[in-house]
Structures are given as structure tokens and as C-alpha cells.
Design a protein around this ligand. Structure first.
Ligand SMILES: [Zn+2]
Length: 170
């Protein structure tokens, strides 16, 4: 396994729309494992391939990452698609490894139904709500070149990007 460099905003590569994988083979599985290792090393709970500069539609999530005593709840998804989203939305604080040390509340549907290929190349459909539904939507956004700060007002986003760039100078 290997640690991959995580890109941070405003890196233009975070804006690239990722391409679907043909199938989940050994190479994709290795990438999923490397992404998971990178995510844990960075204290994240989800990571999209876009964030490590790879334009493939792959995400990994461990909803229990960083929660002591809880067993891992790992998901490895290729080509995830939202089939349905609830009309009900909620505003909850989000953070992102590509927007380090900042957070902001983002409005998203509270429940979703998705379809994806799992690590065994099997097509799976699931319905999720709560923090996992939010995390999946956040990561799918990455594959479409969208950061959570893109859901904020322009003014708020500009303030956050300025903070990021300032933090990088020191
Ligand atoms: Zn993110």
C-alpha cells in the first residue's frame, strides 16, 4: 500500500470531472486500498480519487474513522450514481481534506438511493440517510469537480479560499 498526495483547493485538478471505471479489477482495488490508507493517515472519513489527482469515479469512506472504539464501517465505491434524493434537506457542518482546517454548513438531501460497483465489481443499490448519506454526496461531488465550498455563497467561498492560501504561506 502507498500514501498518495492529497490536493488542496484551489488546485485546478480538483475541478476535473472524473471518468467511470470499466470494471473493478485488481488495479482499482489496489487504488481503493491506497486511498483508504491515505484517508486514515490524513484523519479523514471519506476520500475521492479526484482528491489524489486521479480522474476515475472511485470513492472510499469509513464513517467510523477517528471514532475510538467503534468498528470500521468501510465502503469502497466505483461509479456511484444517485438514483433518488429526498426532498427533505438539512444544513450540517462539513469538512474536507482538500479544504484543510476549515468547515461550513452545507444543505443537502437527508436521504439518498445510490447505485455503485463494490470492490468485487458487483452492482449494488442501497438507501442511506444521516451522516453516511451526506458523506456519499460530498464524495460524489468531488468526482464531478465540486467542492463543498462551491455550495456556499460566493462571498463565503472567497473568504475560505483566501484563508486557505494564507495558511499555506506560513
Ligand atoms: Zn471532500
Amino acid at each position: 500500500m502507498a500514501l498518495l498526495p492529497v490536493l488542496t483547493a484551489p488546485n485546478p485538478r480538483l475541478k476535473i470531472k472524473a471518468e467511470p471505471v470499466e470494471r473493478v479489477d485488481e488495479e482499482v482495488r489496489r487504488l481503493m486500498d491506497d486511498m483508504l490508507e491515505t484517508m486514515y493517515a490524513s484523519d479523514g472519513m471519506g476520500l475521492a480519487a479526484t482528491q489524489v489527482g486521479i480522474d476515475k469515479r472511485i470513492i472510499v469512506i469509513d464513517l467510523h474513522a477517528g471514532e475510538n472504539g467503534k468498528p470500521p464501517r468501510v465502503m469502497k465505491l466505483a461509479n456511484p450514481e444517485v438514483l433518488w434524493a429526498s426532498e427533505e434537506t438539512a444544513f450540517v457542518d462539513e469538512a474536507c481534506l482538500s479544504v484543510p482546517n476549515l468547515y461550513a454548513a452545507v444543505g443537502r438531501p437527508t436521504s439518498i438511493k445510490i447505485r455503485y460497483l463494490n470492490e468485487h465489481n458487483k452492482l449494488v443499490e442501497i438507501e442511506e440517510d444521516g451522516p453516511l448519506a451526506r458523506c456519499i454526496q460530498h464524495e460524489i461531488d468531488h468526482l464531478d469537480g465540486i467542492l463543498y465550498i462551491d455550495h456556499l455563497s460566493r462571498l463565503k467561498r472567497e473568504i475560505m479560499v483566501r484563508k486557505l492560501m494564507k495558511a499555506r504561506k506560513y
